[in-house]
Design a protein around this ligand. Structure first.
Ligand SMILES: NC(=O)c1ccc[n+]([C@@H]2O[C@H](COP(=O)([O-])OP(=O)(O)OC[C@H]3O[C@@H](n4cnc5c(N)ncnc54)[C@H](O)[C@@H]3O)[C@@H](O)[C@H]2O)c1
Length: 320
């Protein structure tokens, strides 16, 4: 039976990839966002399975209109203000977008008797990793506004699950990368410089290692969580299980693009996102639970993921 899946943040980077995957396998999709991207607009024009709706999740009447208009079977909640740096100085906006919107969504689902929501959560909810590889039972002590808001959304989902029968499943992914990443973050910065034929020196962080997961693997974990009939757990790490250093990323770019000159310094201090913000201690996510419960298996190691990203980026910077 064809299902109708609502994807919030459906015009965002991960959201639009999720939408495309759902459509490809035959689901109907209601993609909601505060802005409509031209890419999603043209997809909706050619694919009758996709409905696009402008909806600010913080605006209750707009949200209720969606549920009144469509018969939604389940929700993937991808809308958020994203990024440690991006929201550091706008804590109230982040509270509204990441917490208030999630609560509105859960409440609207409760009132419309829709049970299943997959919330795309993040390793930032853990705060400093206490060991090189951490599983879902690791303490959640966020050290960023972003991580704190995402954890609050997880907890609201838990309260709604316990008290109102919602099934809020949290997919905690890590540093997702791939083509068309909307933020200027590595490996995008490395790849674009290399494709322009320019050298690039990253000041710091050669040894800073974090689980970096190719977008297709994250999307596959999200869809597996959506599809699983009944869950014993409400949270899954979805990444690669391996932490790659920033020097590893530079090396993968240098190896794949002839003549690339990407270098990374190492002051020995913690990795700095900017002058004021020091990143949390990171590492790899243990993906054993996602493997055994969901059948999740990442297909891209760092090398393959960087190659795929470079292949898709080439055209954009005129190096086809
Ligand atoms: N990209 C990553 O590395 C990463 C890692 C872990 C978790 N996540 C999570 O994945 C999800 C998607 O991230 P992304 O990288 O695609 O970000 P993105 O910024 O590309 O997409 C987020 C979308 O949410 C929409 N949005 C923001 N506020 C809204 C509101 N009030 N109402 C409706 N829509 C609103 C934005 O317009 C945007 O299109 C987020 O929940 C994020 O926390 C991302």
């Amino acid at each position: 039976m064809t299902r109708t899946i609502m994807v919030t943040g459906g015009c965002g980077w991960l959201g639009s990839a999720i939408v495309r995957n759902l459509l490809e396998r035959g689901d109907k999709v209601v993609a909601t966002d505060i802005v409509v991207s031209s890419e999603m607009k043209s997809l909706a024009e050619t694919n009758s399975g996709l409905s696009l709706e402008i909806c600010d999740l913080a605006e209750w009447p707009q949200l209720m209109d969606i549920f009144r208009h469509y018969s939604i079977d389940a929700v993937i909640h991808a809308a958020a203000l994203v990024g440690v740096l991006q929201v550091a100085d706008i804590p109230l906006k982040a509270l509204r977008a990441n917490v208030e919107c999630a609560v509105n969504l859960f409440e609207a689902m409760r009132q419309n008797r829709i049970k299943r929501v997959v919330h795309i959560s993040t390793e930032e909810t853990y705060g400093d990793f206490l060991s090189p590889v951490i599983d879902e039972e690791h303490p959640q002590k966020p050290v960023s506004v972003y991580g704190l808001t995402k954890l609050a959304a997880e907890h609201y989902g838990r309260v709604y699950s316990r008290n109102h029968g919602l099934e809020c499943i949290n997919v905690r992914t890590c540093w997702v990368y791939g083509p068309h990443l909307p933020r200027l973050r590595l490996p995008r910065t490395f790849i674009e410089a290399a494709l322009r034929g320019e050298p690039f020196h990253q000041q710091d962080g050669a040894r800073f290692a974090v689980d970096q997961v190719y977008i297709d693997d994250t999307v596959s974990g999200i869809l597996l969580a959506l599809d699983k009939q009944s869950h014993r757990f409400d949270a899954y790490n979805v990444a690669t299980g391996v932490a790659s250093s920033i020097a590893d990323v530079a090396e993968a770019v240098n190896r794949t693009i002839p003549g690339a000159r990407i270098t990374v310094g190492d002051s020995g201090e913690k990795y700095r996102l900017d002058e004021t913000i020091v990143s949390a201690d990171k590492g790899a996510l243990d993906i054993g639970r996602a493997r055994s419960e969901l059948g999740y298996e990442p297909k891209y190691d760092l090398r393959r993921g960087i190659e795929a990203t470079i292949a898709a980026t080439r055209a954009n910077v005129g190096q086809a």
